[in-house]
Every structure is written in structure tokens, then in C-alpha cells.
Unconditional design. Structure first.
Length: 284
């Protein structure tokens, strides 16, 4: 059981890298074409959280990860029916095998308990779970400047291409620096009524957010770090204040002396620590 609703703000940055490639733009960093602000999808952030949890828990019971490229989903759902001795629903008859399969998935898969999942894609139905944890798109605090860097490639892939020379040129798209802000929520009501997410799961989620880039370093993504995690903890299941009012208490702007932001210290963060009654601010 979770007795508190949570809203949270994540600040993370990238230096000389591509935080989230856009397949519609040659895998260049994602950017709002109208405003020039960069963004990172919710799917990207959740993937990093999943990867961290899988690495830390290393197969521990109850902390499997469903969404990963090891086996097609419908086969995983079939495995649940086989392992639990469940039968497919007969036409015209009501049974609770689908509910049993859904409960099994929630007990055994961390990402199902937290983010939810659509598990009704095949013959072996495991239900649809609305996750208590929701994270929106991250948006850069300032407009981003995407640079296409020409690189030299020395390893040719075919003899035909090698005939043109031992080396060839390539492109690498990076953002010199950007600070991103993401906002999210944990619904205690959905957790208690649907997935049985626990306070231990909540603490693991915070740890994953804080460390999600530490085991995800790559040359393509450059240097990425979680800089701040602000958690608004409500004293009740349904909450004590609208989330938007809490999010407005965290303001970020470029320092007046900075022409072009190139590091985290180039920003000024102001936090109004006067909370509404029943809400506690936790800074991690």
C-alpha cells in the first residue's frame, strides 16, 4: 500500500551528445521545430529506469522487466498461462483467469507495477494495466543548438566502398549543452487499486531516476547526468494540492551574465519552499 500521492520534477542535462535521437530526422536530437526547444520522450526516460532496475535487481523475484528485447510479448503472456495453470477463456463463459494473469504480471514485473502495460495483444490475455507512475516529455530550459559534426570513418563495410578510398566521412549530431526538465506523478489510488505498487518500489524509482545515466554512458549520448530531483509528497492518497501549483514553485532561468549556457551552473534555480498544507518538499 502507498499512503501518499507524489508529484516530482527531474532536472537532467547533456553535454556534447544526443540525449534522444529522432528517427524522423535522421536520428538527430529531438527539437520542437516551432520554438527551437529540445525535448526527450517519456519512453526514453522509462527505458533508462527499466535498465537501471534490471541491473540492480539482477533477476530478483518480483523485479523482472517486461518491456525489453528478449522475447516477444505474446510468448511471455502465454508462459504465464502455462506456469500458473490457467486456461483460455471459453466463449460465452465468464472466468477470472485474465485477472489472475494480470495480478501475476503486477507481482513479478516492476515496470508493469509502475508504468502499466497493455497485455491484451494476443490469445493469452493478461489485461490492461494503467500505471500509477506517469512521466511526461522532458523539455529543455533554453532553445537548443544542434551541431552536425563531420567525423572520419576508417573501417569500410564492403569491398565496393573500399574502392573509393580507405576512409570516408560521416556525421554525428550533438547538442553542446542543454538542461532538461521533466515532470511526473505517482498516483497512490491507482497503485493501491490496480498494481499493488509498494513504498519500496517508490524508493527504488527515486534511486533509478538519480542514477539512470550512470550505467548508460555512451559516446553518442555524451555526458548526461541527473542534476536535481524534487519530490512533492502529499499527506493523503488523493493529494492536497494541484500538481501544477507545485511545479510552479520551481523556476529555472539563465543567469544574466551568461550569453550561451554551456554548463549547469549557467542556470539559476529558485525554489519556493513554502508548501500548501499537507505537502512536503523533498530535494534529492
Amino acid at each position: 500500500m502507498i499512503e501518499n500521492r507524489y508529484d516530482f520534477v527531474i532536472l537532467f542535462d547533456v553535454e556534447n551528445g544526443n540525449p534522444n535521437g529522432d528517427p524522423d530526422a535522421g536520428n538527430s536530437p529531438r527539437v520542437d521545430a516551432e520554438t527551437g526547444y529540445g525535448f526527450v520522450t517519456d519512453v526514453c526516460i522509462k527505458r533508462k529506469i527499466r535498465n537501471y532496475v534490471e541491473l540492480v535487481k539482477n533477476g530478483e523475484k518480483g523485479y523482472n522487466i517486461l518491456i525489453k528485447p528478449d522475447k516477444v510479448l505474446n510468448e511471455k503472456f502465454e508462459d504465464v498461462y502455462i506456469s500458473e495453470g490457467l486456461k483460455l477463456k471459453e466463449k460465452g463463459k465468464n472466468d477470472d483467469n485474465e485477472n489472475k494473469a494480470r495480478d501475476f504480471m503486477c507481482r513479478n514485473y516492476f515496470d508493469v507495477r509502475t508504468f502499466g502495460a497493455v497485455m491484451s495483444t494476443g490469445e493469452y490475455q493478461c489485461g490492461i494495466v494503467r500505471g500509477p507512475v506517469q512521466i511526461g516529455f522532458s523539455r529543455s530550459v533554453s532553445p537548443v543548438n544542434i551541431q552536425d559534426i563531420t567525423i572520419t570513418r576508417q573501417a569500410r563495410t564492403t569491398i565496393k566502398r573500399e574502392a573509393t578510398g580507405k576512409t570516408e566521412f560521416g556525421k554525428k549530431s550533438i547538442i553542446p549543452y542543454a538542461l532538461y526538465r521533466a515532470e511526473g506523478h505517482i498516483s497512490a489510488a491507482h497503485a493501491n487499486n490496480a498494481t499493488d505498487m509498494t513504498e519500496e518500489d517508490v524508493e527504488l524509482l527515486w534511486q533509478a531516476i538519480e542514477n539512470m545515466f550512470e550505467e548508460d554512458h555512451s559516446a553518442a549520448r555524451g555526458e548526461m547526468n541527473t542534476r536535481r530531483l524534487y519530490i512533492f509528497k502529499h499527506d493523503s492518497v488523493l493529494g492536497n494540492s494541484p500538481a501544477y501549483k507545485l511545479f510552479e514553485k520551481i523556476k529555472i532561468k539563465e543567469k544574466e551574465t551568461v550569453a550561451v549556457p554551456r554548463k549547469f551552473d549557467d542556470y539559476e534555480i529558485t525554489v519556493d519552499e513554502e508548501m500548501p498544507e499537507g505537502v512536503t518538499l523533498i530535494c534529492r
